[in-house]
Ligand binder design. Sequence first.
Ligand code: DAH
Length: 339
Amino acid sequence: MQEKLLNLQEAALNEIKDAQSIEQLESLRVKYLGKKGEITSILKEMGKLSAEERPVIGKVANEVREALESSINSKKEELKALEQQKQLASEVIDVTMPGKVFTVGKKHPITQIIDEVTEIFMGLGFSVAEGPEVETIENNFDALNAPKDHPSRDMSDTFYVNSELLLRTQTSPVQVRTMKNEELPIKVISPGRCFRYDSPDATHSPMFHQIEGLVVGKDVTMAQLKGTLDNFVQKLFGDATKTKFRPHNFPFTEPSAEVDVTCFKCGGDGCPMCKQEGWIEILGSGMVHPNVLRNCGIDPEIYSGFAFGMGVERLAMLKYEIDDIRLLFENDMRFLNQF
Ligand code: DAH
């Protein structure tokens, strides 16, 4: 039996020496030292031995067990170190390799203008209102005093979705939503996308942006409209900028005016930018029509309001001297990166 144990030890030590992985080593441990392992099964036969032989064999068995255990442990350390080395070698970082270039995006010029205008009006105490791009015909036209036969409803420049909905042709319907839903006094601007059935050319795009403004309360006057817009254009185009109110017609304002500013390129002397006129048209405005107030449940005998609306693309094209509106929507980074 002693010989059996010593043969076993020799075989086991050889196998342990040749083990290639920690898993393999573990299965050797089970094979030799486990509960159902080979040493255990030899020891089970100890009952057959004589009383003199038993302690001798017991001692040998313990020595074999200890020898195997320590051999397994040191092999385990060896394999662990080897695996770590392998991992380090495979994860080597080449610090001389060029890094990845991350191109950081930037705000589109349209967004830049909207942000700039919004910030100016927030400084004047306005808050921002939003409305949906798919709007009711009621909010886009009827409530804004443009009844069924009104030219601004012309099929040719409006995208109708069905008999009640359309893609809004202007941000003015946000006026209606705000007046119907918010408490007075109201002082909001509303930037957003608008749509008209226009063929794209250098100055037209079927999708464009507007910024609407609305102030409603007691004793709101045209003088306040002029003061507000003067303040706005001076902040946007420079302190020396002057405004000119030209009479106009919009269905939802009375009186209505188009507003020109002194050309920010030549200061009003006349240059190619302003087509030698010294003035540049930038927005439409007026006093909210009593019919519109009434349509929104506001008594025009007690309250009054002013409104204005401007085209964002137009402002961007003026400010950045862009001569074709389509460039703004082609999203060519070579173009956009200039702003
Ligand atoms: N909605 C007008 C348009 O698209 C612009 C406009 C003019 C808005 C006068 C207004 C306003 O609020 O008072 O042409």
